[in-house]
Design a protein around this ligand. Sequence first.
Ligand code: C2E
Ligand code: MG
Ligand code: MG
Length: 742
Amino acid sequence: MKEYMKKIKTKRFGIILFVLVAVAVTIFFSSYAIFGELEGQLEQNLEDVATQNALALHNKIHSNHELIVSLSDNMHGVEQGEDIEERLQSLEIFLDEYNLKRFAYAFPDGTSYATDGGVANLSYREFFKRGMEGKGSITGILHDALDESHGLVNVMTIPVYDDSGEVEGVFGLTYDSQSFNEALQIECFDGQGYSCAINSDGEIMIAMGSDILQMSENLFTDLLAPDERNEEAIARLQKQMEGKTSGGGTFFLSEKNYYHCVPVNLMDDDVTWYMITIAPADVLESRVAPIQHRLYTMAFVVVLLTLMGVAFVIVISRQQKAMMLRYAYEDPLTKGANYARFRIDMSKKRNPRGYLVSMDITHFNNINIVAGKMAGDDMIGKIWQILNEELQSEELACHIQEDVFSMFLKTENRELLIERLKQISGRINMQAKTLQVKGIHSRYGLYEMDKNEDLEDAYSKAQIAREQARSQREQYYVFYDEMDHERLQQNQQLEERFEDSLADEDFEVWYQPKYSVETGEVVGSEALVRWRDTDGSLISPGVFIPLFEQNGMIVKLDEYVFRTVCRQQVKWLADGQKTYPVSINLSRASLYCNDIVERYRRIIQEYQLDTGLIQLEITETAMEGSASIREFLKQFRNMGIRILMDDFGTGYSSLSTLNMQCFDTLKLDKSLIDYIGDKNGEILLYYVINMGQKLGLHITAEGVENSMQLDFLKENHCDDIQGFFFAKPMPPAEFENILTNS
Ligand code: C2E
Ligand code: MG
Ligand code: MG
């Protein structure tokens, strides 16, 4: 059992561990997968935004480039002085529309004129030099040289050619850096993301939506290079820029950032900038966090449900275990030990020396009949309580079934043991009396146990001894080692042969005539059963009736005799014999069958016999404690069957039984008749006969063996005589002679 429970516990622990690990692994991989998925999404978003920004930048620059290309036609052959001023003036109308600061024109010597009136020599500017070389430019952020405020500007320039194809000047437009920047703002990632455009040197040309990036700073040298972790990112970006390819990755601007870089070709591919869109890793985390949060909540719920499930299983299995133990070891009536428990407790005893007691209760059925089944069950509980109160240390008891209990008592002295058992019996008797049921006491079969004895063997021996105790009236206990074992064996054989003998009609019904005291004539007979043995000899009812009363076989035998008598009477009637009433013995066990009246009624009906020819003999003890037996007797009497009280004078004869108004005849037992000759005995007999007659009973004397007895009975007005003095029980054929001659 312990091993089994250990296995179950390990299994449970295993399940919990498995679920926890499974949940943890699921969360880990789910988080990982979700993170990967979102990271991919972010990168895709970055690429989209970067591409969009690149396109916007390209479009803006492209449209402005086209503008100056078309306007540059106005500058052909322009001359310094009024001419240039006038020509520039005519262009002013485009400034607002294109959100430009100015147009300007530089002559080959570098002298530059602007639409807002500024004149300066810009020969030192890179864009001028490139222009003179025939190349277009768009600059990074510069300090304005044509304006005293020296604000930040970006400049786009193209060369202007004369008719011969020589560069005759440089024409361009100037943006205010701020408004140039703003025109390109595209919000991304709820304002958390930002973009910039860098030129091929890494200078930031446009910085969109960020405080981190300052225009004119260099992305590589100013921002990325100071952090060692960016080495790889710088190399990757520069490689990208060399090949003018787009791509993304991560770099650190104090924090980890994702970026995507897209090359943007400007000015008819003369200039290449790079649009870089950046999103801090926080963006990703803020996207992952709610999902992770949900995942953790789910995991928590799963773990909680699992733990609750396991707890539930534990509680249920504990309850089941307790129930199992209860079913296995608890007696349902007493809630105390059953035989299984008793057996285990006995096996734990190192030195089981003592007496094994098998106990039952006399006439326990009477409690059920008189006080009801509930009171009977209650009584079992009370008996259990009494036993427990009487037990001493190291002693045990259990309830076996119905009214049977078992005990293990350590008292070694037999006399003391008997005293203790008597005490228990007395207490049980008192308890039963509170239910108005008399004659209840306990009977014991006792077996002295040896150290190494098998409990089953010992218990069956105690049981055999108890069976013996049931068949004796005087003593309520039997020690197994004091039993007549030969008789026990014989009894067992008789029991085994019973059914076959019944079927083979080995039971014979003999008749003992009864005579009228007054006339000396036959008035009836008693049917007495005999068992014809295989060797032809007869077995006396004294041998098998008590045995069959114990084991209940008597019920069948009684019915068999009853049927045989009915059949015999019908036969005699048919043969034209003179017939007299035959009394048939009915045992107590037969009277405890609820259908007894109905069964016997059917037999009588079957033979269509006059009920006046049948009588029933019932002993006084059969009446003990049962109200329903009286009811049965009433029903028999109502059918016209006379009831005789048999064996009056044996055991606890009581005149009060006579007053029950269930009987028609009182049969005085041989033991009373044997008093004749003894003065006191005769007085007793006189009173009994007198009292019986006063109660309106017919008196039959049984076991009359001599004329002295006959004379006394005659004198005292006894009605009938049954005894060897007149005739012994005889087979039917012999009895027929008596009938014929009567
Ligand atoms: P019982 O019903 O009291 O029957 C009378 C017994 O006394 C019979 O013994 C009978 O042979 C015996 N008896 C009659 N007159 C004398 C006499 O003058 N002297 C002596 N010594 N004995 C006499 P039996 O036939 O051996 O039966 C013994 C008991 O067995 C019966 O006592 C009855 O209780 C029982 N019994 C017999 N047949 C049946 C039966 O069919 N059913 C039941 N339930 N019990 C039966
Ligand atoms: Mg009798
Ligand atoms: Mg009798």
